[in-house]
Design a binder for this molecule. Structure first.
Ligand SMILES: CC(C)(COP(=O)(O)OP(=O)(O)OC[C@H]1O[C@@H](n2cnc3c(N)ncnc32)[C@H](O)[C@@H]1OP(=O)(O)O)[C@@H](O)C(=O)NCCC(=O)NCCS
Length: 157
């Protein structure tokens, strides 16, 4: 069968948040989390395409609740949808309190990456092989987001 399984390229990056990651309020800076989201999604994109990818857009980022210094951040990413050269990658962020063991879902994001060839032009990529009901639902929702993004881009012209 052509394509790659979603779970073959999915990844979870784990990092402890330190004082260096804090904002003026003493919690973890949103920009630090955003960079981790972008990096983690990028790993999935490179795994899927086996080559260079760039972030084309970030459709949506939600920070549901604060992340605290000392928390372990778990950033999980997987491919939701593949177009011709672009792919939507969904990211879920969880924060674990090491002392109490409590795990909170603190954020989520949807990013579109585009695969580039050696001349930095968009190149065709493999499809994904969808296996589970969750993957099917995410694929459907991603196609809907792409349709809305293209519609709003058309309106802006
Ligand atoms: C992303 C980029 C390669 C697209 O180039 P392009 O010439 O517009 O490419 P195309 O028109 O051929 O589109 C290629 C694919 O990208 C998608 N795409 C283009 N712009 C997009 C955007 N803003 N958001 C989401 N997808 C986008 C298209 O829908 C198309 O998808 P498909 O092939 O799956 O149908 C180009 O805009 C770029 O290099 N941007 C800078 C990326 C970067 O530097 N990111 C780092 C963060 S600053």
């Amino acid at each position: 069968m052509e394509g790659k399984k979603v779970k073959a390229t999915s990844v979870t990056v784990i990092q402890q948040m330190t004082q260096q990651d804090a904002n003026l309020a003493g919690n973890v800076h949103g920009g630090v989390i955003l960079k981790l989201i972008d990096n983690t999604a990028g790993i999935v994109g490179i795994r899927h395409t086996g080559g260079n990818v760039v972030t084309a857009s970030i459709d949506r980022v939600d920070f549901h609740s604060p992340v605290y210094v000392g928390n372990i951040l778990r950033v999980s990413a997987s491919i939701n949808y593949v177009g011709s050269s672009s792919m939507e990658i969904g990211v879920r962020v969880e924060a674990e309190d090491l002392i109490t063991g409590e795990v909170r879902h603190t954020g989520s994001a949807y990013l579109t990456f585009v695969a580039l060839d050696e001349h930095y032009k968009a190149k065709k990529i493999d499809q994904i092989i969808i296996e589970t009901d969750d993957e099917k639902r995410r694929n459907f929702e991603a196609q809907e987001r792409k349709r809305m993004r293209l519609e709003s881009a058309k309106k802006r012209k």
